[in-house]
Design a protein around this ligand. Structure first.
Ligand code: MG
Length: 218
């Protein structure tokens, strides 16, 4: 069993691209227009990210300060990482977002992550999709090696569905709504303890007692 996990809004409490667009870019109304374009199939997720980030006018240092204030890693994620490591389930973060931003939050967990390059500029951030890092590309080749568990929340996670054996979709978010509407089976989750519980219980995954991480005991 290989576990793949989205970043924005799945590991974190809010989406970094949404945050940057609303805080330093063209704002919420513009973002909702773009979201509508994705939902109606007029724009791909990658085109949407590219367009949103092109409106973001802030330098890296200021962006980092704001991101650290506004975006937080789910406090149950660290325990989930420990559980995966203890039980030998390979866990990989797959993001359609930006490498430097994902790295800010994920690097300390020492797990592999894939995202896309961005050129930060006061005149608008330039997002460059790396097709080798697409969810689709990575999951397609991973599927040849065995079963796939995917954890996600948003529009970019729809691309993962066809390669996924066990799908987790965050409660109340786009992916869960989409799956419900399309009749695609999924496990809803609120946090990573829910996911671990489901994997242990419903799927009968044998588990060792992973040490509790500090962030889980608080
Ligand atoms: Mg997401």
């Amino acid at each position: 069993m290989q576990i793949f996990c989205d970043f924005d809004g799945t590991i974190t409490n809010r989406d970094s691209i949404v945050f940057l667009t609303e805080e330093f870019g063209k704002g919420e109304a513009f973002r909702l227009e773009v979201l509508d374009d994705i939902k109606k199939g007029r724009m791909t997720v990658f085109e949407a990210i590219e367009r949103e980030l092109a409106t973001v006018r802030v330098g890296w240092k200021e962006a980092v300060t704001s991101l650290r204030e506004a975006v937080h890693v789910d406090p149950t994620f660290a325990g989930f990482v420990d559980w995966c490591k203890a039980d030998g389930w390979p866990l990989t973060v797959l993001s359609s977002g930006m490498e430097p931003v994902v790295g800010l939050f994920v690097r300390d967990f020492n797990i592999p992550f894939y995202a896309h390059p961005v050129k930060v500029s006061q005149e608008g951030w330039i997002y460059r999709r790396n097709p080798h890092h697409d969810k689709k590309t990575i999951l397609k080749s991973a599927k040849e090696k065995g079963e796939i568990v995917f954890i996600g929340d948003g529009t970019s996670d729809v691309a993962a569905i066809q390669y996924t054996d066990v799908l987790f979709a965050k409660q109340g978010q786009f992916l869960a709504e989409y799956c419900r509407a399309e009749g695609i089976p999924f496990y809803p989750f609120g946090d990573f303890q829910d996911i671990q519980g489901t994997l242990e219980g419903v799927l009968g995954v044998e588990t060792t007692k992973a040490p509790k991480s500090p962030s889980m005991s608080g």
